[in-house]
Ligand binder design. Sequence first.
Ligand SMILES: [Zn+2]
Length: 408
Amino acid sequence: MKKKWIIGGSIAGGVLLLLAAAVILFFANQFHIEMEMKGEDVTLEYGTAYEDAGAEAYLRGKLFGNKTLAVTTENGVDTAKIGSYTVTYTASQWKWKGEAKRTVTVVDTQKPTLTLKGDAAITLTKGTKFEDPGYTAEDGYDGPLTAAVTGEVKTDTVGEYKLTYTAADSSGNTATAQRTVTVKAPAVKKPATVSDSNTVVPGNKTIYLTFDDGPGPYTAQLLDVLKKYGVKATFFVTNKPSYNHLIARMAAEGHAVGIHTASHDYKKIYASEDAFFADQQIMQDIITAQTGSPTKLMRFPGGSSNMVSSFNKGIMTRLTAAVTERGMRYFDWNVDSNDAGGASTSSEVAANIKKGIQSSRYANVLQHDIKKFSVNAVEEVIQWALANGYTFKALDETSPTCHHGVNN
Ligand SMILES: [Zn+2]
């Protein structure tokens, strides 16, 4: 029994020794997990399929062991959405863990598409309005885009203008397009052709609608009405920088343009002949710039019969002679709409004009296009006059002068 125990004891001792040796060997082996990622980090265009190249894992030891391990892949890549994604590979054995990461970047490198609406080259007449026909900009990733438009079209100055459209997507890819807008001088019609669109019936009375003190905020509306009926009129203009571009339109649409002085300041213009002509020249230069040629038509502020100039004795006598000497034709009027006097409504203005027209051989009608109610009366007057066989004409150098008597 004793011996057996000793034998048994030595067997147990041997087993223990072996176990101890195995444990020491096991720890001395220094296990680790080696991850082998296939391929590099990936950059790919949105919308394309991502195929993961995968990874392999091995359990390795210093003294023994070389085991292939199962790899778990965590892949959250969404190629429909640009951004940076991480693919994580893990493997484990006992207490050892291995991990590898791959960065997948989904990008948009495609330019947006940018298409101009309308023509890439547009030509328009000075004084007309430019409305940009616009564009369509679309990005495959971001959808519709708003483009930045740089450049400016000065419709009051003849020249060539470039508009640049730039559309950028959220990734900074850009597309550009360019439009050229050419502003050309209006073809100035000669006075002889001004009334071409009106039928002149011999023996019928002619009406010369004249508008003083503009251009102003209602002048464009007035030009629209005149255009609607093919009626030509005469504008005695002053310097209104914000509206001067309409002078080009007047000429382009066949109306006559005359000088009414730049400032319309009685004290200033009637102070001396020099002062008058200096002021008149300013307006002549503006008209020339707008229409392409100077005018010979004019109307004195207050008319040639004015007494407002009486602070300078004899000035109107001298000026009426001087302007004629310079080759200008001045016009007064014989039908007063009274829009600068007693009339304050469109119906009063229209009534005054109709009455005046019927009691004159021809009618040179005075109105002011800076007065809205007066401008609003024009359509009624035109409809009435056309229905009654009258003819409308713009003034020219051969028109009846219609002079008042000079009182100063
Ligand atoms: Zn005036």
